[in-house]
Design a protein around this ligand. Structure first.
Ligand code: ASP
Length: 293
């Protein structure tokens, strides 16, 4: 099929503080992720496959709060949330799932089955097992960094490091995906914005796609990703990102960040936190950073 769009992918590594000592590591991790997604787009693959592949790279990277390296609950366990959505409003999501290294791929499988949009906790794990995913033993997803953060008292640690991706493919299709261990010290069973369609992510074939990060309880209440994608009717991806974060901060007092891609292959990224690692890759090459501009 002849290409109708210029493929592009944008990924983020979480709205957070990001010490200078981790700056390069986080940018390199985001670049590897964008690269994995873009390789698929460059071969004519789908935005959905690109987002899943990009998020899987970040889930494997202990610098980020997703999959391996997730923050711990107040009981010292890992419980992950993830989601994936395409512009045809197909979506799959899992929440509060114990020990899955690649929850985004379980969410993807749920999207493909089309039976449900969101499965949580043991039910999500049952589905994952049925589909041939094997939960890792509980301790296997705890990185040295997350153990250390837990022992130092996670509530004082404002790092978030959730991950997300948005892509546009050569056929003009958009998608987005998220994955997170949630917020440090959360209660067992807490689900944030990341697996919630409209809040943590959104995609609409006519407009574009968004993926959010930050204080889930605030993002949920302004349905931030849907808010941002709707702005694409009138505004650029960058303006939509800034408006969505301003709205969330103004209405809830929360903090966070967002990435977007629109149908014209323009990307946007913005955060109210000191930093949010990001990378964008297109045929023009890769760009990355940790600040708004
Ligand atoms: N939004 C995630 C949550 O509240 C956390 C994050 O983005 O870092 O679960």
């Amino acid at each position: 099929m002849a290409p109708v769009a210029t493929p592009v992918i944008i990924v983020h590594g979480g709205a957070a503080t990001v010490d200078d000592s981790r700056r390069e590591l986080c940018m390199a991790g985001c670049e590897r992720s964008a690269n994995a997604g873009f390789e698929i787009l460059a071969r004519g693959g789908s935005a959905l496959d690109a987002c899943e592949a990009a998020v899987r790279v970040l889930e494997d990277d202990p610098e980020f709060n997703a999959g391996y390296g997730s923050v711990l609950t107040r009981l010292g366990h890992v419980e992950v949330d993830a989601a994936i959505m395409d512009g045809d409003l197909r979506a799959g999501a899992v929440g509060a799932v114990p020990w899955l290294r690649h929850p985004v791929s379980v969410a993807r499988r749920l999207l493909e089955t089309g039976e449900h949009v969101l499965l949580v906790a043991d039910g999500a794990l049952d589905f994952a097992r049925e589909q041939g995913f094997f939960g890792e033993p509980p301790h296997a997803l705890i990185s040295a960094r997350s153990r250390d953060r837990f022992e130092r008292g996670q509530k004082k640690d404002k790092s978030a490091d959730t991950v997300g991706a948005c892509a546009l493919d050569a056929q003009g299709r958009v998608a987005s995906a998220t994955s997170t261990g949630g917020i440090a010290g959360k209660r067992r069973g807490r689900v944030g914005d990341s697996p919630i369609v409209g809040a943590g992510l959104y995609a609409d074939r006519a407009l574009g796609a968004a993926a959010a990060t930050g204080h889930g309880e605030s993002i949920l209440r302004v349905v931030m990703s849907k808010f941002a994608v709707d702005r694409l009717r009138e505004d650029s991806a960058q303006a939509a990102a800034e408006m969505a974060i301003d709205e969330m901060v103004r209405r809830t007092g929360g903090e966070g960040g967002i990435i977007l891609v629109d149908k014209q292959a323009r990307t946007g990224h913005y955060c109210s936190t000191p930093r949010m690692p990001w990378a964008v890759q297109s045929s023009a090459g890769v760009q990355s950073g940790v600040e708004n501009s």
